[in-house]
Design a protein around this ligand. Structure first.
Ligand SMILES: OC[C@H]1O[C@H](O[C@H]2O[C@H](CO)[C@@H](O)[C@H](O)[C@H]2O)[C@H](O)[C@@H](O)[C@@H]1O
Length: 595
């Protein structure tokens, strides 16, 4: 059985990532890319679906862990009656090979360990041929996949598992190096550890002070960086698939892709912290990915820009705590979601403001996308929450279409030759604004509503003041915030919408959505309700696990994390709210000022 979601930590090399449980088991790993078929899939099944454990044989009296400061190097300390030892887990940034390195270091007395290496390629199904080379290397092969495991520990195959045992005394170091594909050169665990440490320390060194939240912001920044596919600059929404939004339910989705929405807001967080190199690579990825006819633009792509992300179910995996189906691929790739145009426009304008030189294709792209959008904004869509029910005129989608025209008009207004375009786009922005104010505000409720003609509330309406569509002290905005506080709060955290009242094409039930809870804190900052913003933010920080990671959702009743893990959306929320609180004129006010 898999561990609690919050009991996992992530290690990664900016091309793929693994989840390690508190007791030293790697239960999730897709080699060599984030979206490759998992070779350890115990997270969504059983140990027979693949996992690699290294743990003491005797009872542990205490397990503690942390990331080595400013890095993605995980240190787990096991204490037993006879001694203590540290397991160091990391994935070196790529230099041709793709590896996981695990080093057991004795810290006091003596600790006996056992390791159990179970490889099941193709999402936990294919049992490989496992052989031992003359030099002791364990080789697991099936079809296109090959894994090589090197260690001084003698490993023996039995019952389709590869096992070994060893002891460490104070000062002993026992390394294991797992390599995907061919191994071109002998690897040294200590050298890899040193270069990995340097890589992450250099990256975090640029992070500015965010007052008392600097360390927690750095952790989120490292987490987001680890979800960036370095060869292209694409950013995945999470490194897992099918961790459920409701335990035992069917809201299980594959997040190992690049959503324009999630990637763009991630970039905004990077830029808010002054990381513009990441913005450049992402912008280049974006321009390549969405090149072509504007009506064929997708809301998400694979890490190198793939368009076909067919969704299928994995019948041989039992699902996380029986939450089935396990899905690979994501049918939402085929959806129409109007908001992404606004998010992309906002990020591009922010990149320009930050001094990023313009991309040769960016203007051409703007000039084909905007005319398309002039018609498309009138159409119903699936919205930010990617409903699997009927398309609707979602309020948030229209607001973000307004953002697209508003930002495009400002952008065009920067050059005299584009001033005609600027006027035209300002006109469309005004038209959308009027349309939303006319159709999305319910005077009886005193609030904006989820979609035209609906009476439901939706947390995405919190974006109205955050993107500058209306000022935060507008009476309609005040009414909307009140209504959200009244109807969407659960234990002080924010639900996206009431799944039992809205037909989103799925059975009701899900946790509170962490990103939306950060948005509420941002709105409190705009309102000057700093104490409430601070209080909500503090409570959200308490939800982080022991190594600072957040999933997508949280169940306040069961006090458990839910949804894919770690999730970019949630970590972006954390960074932005920390900046808003620390600077009080942080990103929320920057974005809102564009009104
Ligand atoms: O709730 C149903 C939808 O859930 C997923 O979408 C959510 O995650 C996306 C990635 O973080 C995010 O961009 C979106 O706003 C969220 O609603 C899932 O990917 C969808 O397929 C599903 O319909």
């Amino acid at each position: 059985m898999s561990a609690l979601i919050e009991d996992y930590a992530m290690i990664g090399d900016c091309e793929t990532a693994a989840l390690v449980s508190r007791d030293g088991s790697i239960d999730w790993l897709c080699f060599p890319r984030f979206d490759s078929p998992a070779c350890f899939a115990a997270l969504l099944g059983t140990s027979e679906n693949g996992r690699w454990s290294i743990r003491p044989t005797e009872k542990t009296v205490r397990i503690s862990r942390r990331y080595r400061p400013d890095t993605l190097i995980l240190e787990t300390i096991f204490e037993t009656d006879s001694g203590s030892a540290m397991l160091v887990d990391f994935m070196p940034p790529r230099d041709g090979a793709s590896d996981i390195v695990r080093v057991v270091i004795g810290t006091s007395g003596q600790v006996d360990f056992e390791t159990d290496f179970v490889v099941r390629f193709d999402y936990g199904r294919t049992v490989p041929w496992v052989t031992r080379d003359d030099d002791g290397t364990i080789r697991a092969i099936a079809g296109p996949h090959q894994l090589l495991l090197n260690s001084p520990v003698r490993l023996i195959g039995r019952d389709l598992h590869t096992r070994g045992s060893f002891s460490v005394r104070e000062g002993d170091r026992v390394p294991f190096i797992l390599t995907y594909g061919a191994s071109h050169k002998p690897l040294d665990a200590d050298e890899l550890l040193a270069s990995t440490e340097t890589y992450w320390r250099e990256f975090t060194a640029q992070c500015p002070s965010v007052g008392p939240w600097t360390e927690t912001v750095k952790r989120s920044l490292i987490t987001l960086k680890a979800m960036t596919y370095l060869p292209t600059g694409g950013i995945v929404a999470s490194v897992t698939t099918s961790l459920p939004e409701f335990l035992g339910g069917i809201r299980n989705w594959d997040y190992r892709f690049c959503w324009l929405r999630d990637a763009t807001i991630t970039l905004q967080a990077f830029m808010n912290l002054g990381y513009f190199e990441e913005a450049r690579t992402w912008r280049d990825w974006l321009v390549r990915a969405i090149a072509g006819a504007p009506d064929q633009m997708q809301i998400m792509y694979g890490v190198t820009g793939e368009r076909h992300l067919w969704e299928w179910e994995v019948p041989w995996l039992g699902g996380y705590e029986s939450s089935r189906p396990v899905r690979v691929g994501n049918a939402a790739a085929e959806q129409f979601q109007l908001d992404v145009y606004g998010e992309v426009a906002d990020a591009l304008v922010q990149a320009r403001k930050g001094g990023l030189p313009s991309h040769p294709r960016a203007l051409a792209l703007r000039d084909v996308v905007m005319p398309f959008l002039e018609k498309a904004w009138r159409k119903p869509d699936e919205g930010i929450w990617e409903v699997r029910g009927e398309r609707q005129h979602f309020t948030h989608s229209k607001v973000m279409a307004w953002v697209a025209f508003d930002r495009a008009a400002k952008w065009a207004g920067l050059t005299p030759e584009d001033s005609k375009l600027a006027d035209r786009w300002r006109q469309v922005a005004d038209e959308i604004h009027a349309d939303v104010c006319r159709n999305a505000f319910d005077a009886d409720l005193g609030s904006f509503v989820q979609a035209y003609g609906s009476r439901a509330l939706d947390a995405s309406l919190l974006q109205i003041p955050l993107v500058g569509f209306l000022p935060v002290d507008d009476v309609r905005v005040i009414g909307t915030i009140k209504a959200i506080e009244q109807w969407l709060l659960h234990d002080g955290f924010v639900l996206r919408y009431r799944t039992e009242l809205v037909n989103d094409g799925l059975p009701p039930g899900e946790g509170v959505f962490l990103a939306c809870s950060f948005w509420l804190a941002d709105v409190y900052v705009l309102l000057g309700r700093y104490a409430e913003a601070q209080q909500l933010f503090d409570r959200l920080l308490e939800l982080q696990n022991d190594v600072g990671l957040l999933s997508e959702e949280y169940d306040p009743r069961a006090r458990r994390m839910l949804g894919n893990f770690p999730q970019a959306f949630s970590h972006v929320g954390l960074i932005n709210t920390a900046l808003n609180l620390a600077r009080r004129a942080g990103p929320a006010e920057d974005r809102a000022e564009s009104q």
